[in-house]
Design a binder for this molecule. Structure first.
Ligand code: PCA
Length: 198
């Protein structure tokens, strides 16, 4: 059986919980489609994230890496096409405030997802799970983990596929804040479908 590394994030900024944490906890250890799933939850910390994802890819030797994050305010599943070599935006959970720095001083400007995004989009739509390809993962931790995963895979010469998926808020957040939200179970179902179609 092949191996799939599934990552999520802890809560951050004004969000008191993160639906990706629940997805990763539920799917960790499961066999889905062709894959045995190993789950990891990452801190929202710029100084740590690049090393953490590279170490996990080196240690777990997955065939596929699917990183997840919350996009509070987006209304459906966003299959991210590209990660850029830049960090910017609000302070992270350790108080580090990025200001447009490069993630890797000598790395490429952008790295494309190597997951089958068009197939995912079609499969999710066919299952009546709203999803679309997105052309920006932002400049915060989610873009950082996607960039660092792909950058490590390229520089280590691995043939591992990797990419990033943003999910909408779950109802726990939607009832507290003015953002669109989904039932947690539907978010988990979408990620399960994506793994089945990988
Ligand atoms: N979403 C943030 C970081 C952590 C998360 O779940 C992002 O979109 O960058």
């Amino acid at each position: 059986m092949k191996k799939l590394l599934l990552t999520g994030f802890e809560p951050f900024l004004k969000f008191k919980s993160n639906p990706t944490e629940a997805v990763v906890k539920e799917l960790h250890g499961e066999a889905i489609g062709d894959f045995q799933v190993t789950g990891k939850i990452y801190p929202v910390a710029f100084e740590r994230i690049s090393k953490m994802i590279a170490d996990d890819i080196r240690e777990e030797q997955p065939d596929v890496v699917v990183c997840l994050g919350l996009a509070g305010g987006r209304h459906n599943i966003h299959l991210e096409r590209i990660a850029i070599n830049c960090i910017d935006g609000r302070p992270d959970n350790n108080g580090f405030h990025p200001n447009g720095e490069k993630i890797d001083a000598t790395g490429p400007d952008g790295l494309f997802s190597t997951l089958p995004l068009k197939a995912y989009e079609a499969a999710l739509q066919a299952a009546e799970i709203p999803a679309q390809i997105s052309n920006t993962a932002g400049t915060y931790l989610c873009n950082n983990v996607m960039y660092s995963a792909l950058n490590y895979i390229h520089s280590a010469g691995l043939d591992t596929s990797a990419g990033f998926i943003h999910v909408p808020a779950h109802h726990e957040i939607g009832t507290e804040m003015d953002v669109p939200s989904w039932p947690q179970a539907d978010i988990t179902k979408a990620i399960r479908k994506i793994i089945e179609f990988t």
